[in-house]
Design a protein around this ligand. Structure first.
Ligand SMILES: Nc1ncnc2c1ncn2[C@@H]1O[C@H](COP(=O)(O)OP(=O)(O)O)[C@@H](O)[C@H]1O
Ligand SMILES: [Mg+2]
Length: 413
């Protein structure tokens, strides 16, 4: 019988997990609150329900042999209940540890990774972080004073972030001078963390899959953000490789991340975002699910983050990924969607060299040239487009960052 993978969350990550699962002949059940969630187009069975709807989650688990998650904010107590009854193969520990930026950074340090300097805010007199209720009871002046003192100790520039529920730069404010403190202090109505703003050379991500015995990592991507949202992932990058191989910094970084994952006892997939400065690297945050910066692995590597997650879920051996050729991944946000569609239309008209287009459900892959070389357009089929909303991505193989900037960047906003 086909194995059934249950996915909590039906966004683009769920969609791409489902596509990989189907290639491995597994069937897929997806849970999402939105009836038009992207992954529903690829799912064999659907559960429409909220992430805190225990009945809906139980229905998903009942219909699955193994369950994974692509959404990070399922309440911890609900997951704990499910973990006792069903095969949530990654367990809930990595999810729980990643749900709070303070817990996440404490955990990273405890298991051997450096982080930027950080401090919880607001705090009570002895320095204990305040609970949400206590935060709400603070007056605007008390918030300003708390932040002012902490910034005085940390120094400019720094970043104030909500401890929970932040994503794509939401829930954080950069504090560059005294004039930013008033506005930033409004965030302190919920528990926050104040971090040193790292003057990094670049950002990178290490994506790993571990089955308890073997651990693999994907070639490390350099990540370029715009307005706090990932814009480009580039592999390889000069700061991390030499003569086509991982350089010393990269090897130390990947082995520190692998040791971290093993030391925490995590299983399944884990993505770690890092800041790299010189030969040093700092843990920023982690996600126990496929990562946006790993989209490039679908066409840029011999096996993708989605396939290896499915290998883990289906008890199949892990395979070591190799880079096929230099690759650039560009996120398609709402404001880029028309350009991406134009590129697909050009492909369809045969405007590019040797063009072939395939389409499955709402996803279009336009590829120019032979398989393994080309421009691949993934559109997630989201029904509503908004500026800054992730609507799709494009992967260019082979491609360097310089060539991307000179040949393609001008086509996007
Ligand atoms: N301490 C920091 N120093 C420098 N840049 C930061 C820092 N924290 C966040 N950033 C920038 O903001 C981006 C988003 O922040 P992050 O903490 O990863 O939150 P999220 O991705 O959940 O929105 C980072 O990728 C980085 O570009
Ligand atoms: Mg991030």
């Amino acid at each position: 019988m086909r194995k059934r993978i249950g996915i909590i969350g039906g966004g683009q990550l769920g969609l791409m997990i489902a596509q990989a699962a189907h290639r491995l002949d597994a069937s897929v059940v997806v849970l999402d609150p939105a009836s038009d969630a992207p992954a529903f187009a690829e799912a064999d069975a659907r559960v429409v329900g909220a992430f805190d709807d225990i009945d809906a989650l139980e229905r998903l688990c009942e219909a699955s042999d193994v369950v994974t998650y692509e959404f990070e904010n399922v309440p911890g107590d609900i997951l704990r209940h499910l973990e006792g009854k069903y095969n949530i193969k990654q367990g809930i520990a990595p999810l729980f540890d990643s749900q709070d930026r303070l817990r996440e950074k404490d955990n990273a340090r405890k298991h051997g990774l450096d982080t930027p300097a950080y401090t919880p805010l607001p705090v009570v007199k002895d320095g204990t972080p305040m609970e949400e209720k206590e935060c709400q009871a603070l007056t605007p002046q008390e918030r300003m004073i708390q932040l002012g003192f902490a910034v005085g100790r940390m120094g400019f520039p720094c970043v104030l972030k909500t401890r929970t529920l932040g994503y794509d730069g939401h829930g954080q404010v950069v504090i560059s001078g005294f004039e930013d403190i008033g506005k930033a202090s409004e965030l302190l109505s919920v528990p926050c963390i104040l971090e040193e703003k790292v003057d990094f050379d670049f950002e990178a991500s290490v994506i790993m899959v571990c089955n308890g015995q073997d651990i693999i990592h994907f070639p490390v991507a350099r990540n370029i953000h715009r307005d706090g949202i990932l814009d480009l992932s580039v592999v390889p990058t000069s700061g991390l490789q030499r003569d086509g191989r991982e350089n010393d910094t990269c090897r130390r970084m990947t082995s520190a991340c692998e040791n971290f994952m093993k030391s925490c006892g995590y299983r399944g997939i884990l993505a770690i975002e890092l800041f790299v400065r010189g030969d040093r690297f700092y843990f920023n945050e982690m996600a126990p699910r496929p990562h946006n910066s790993g989209h490039y692995t679908i066409e840029g590597c011999t096996t993708s983050q989605y396939s290896e997650l499915c290998h883990f879920l289906l008890d199949m051996p892990l395979r070591k990924p190799e880079l096929i050729a230099p690759t650039v991944m560009k996120n398609i946000l709402g404001q880029d969607l028309d350009s991406a569609k134009d590129i697909v239309a050009e492909s369809l008209r045969g405007a590019g060299p040797g063009i072939e287009v395939s389409s499955s459900s709402d996803v279009v892959n336009a590829f120019c040239g032979e398989a393994g070389k080309g421009v691949y357009v993934h559109l997630y089929g989201k029904t509503q487009s908004r500026p800054k909303r992730k609507m799709g991505h494009m992967t260019f193989v082979p491609m360097t960052l310089d060539r991307f900037y000179s040949e393609w960047a001008s086509r996007f906003v």
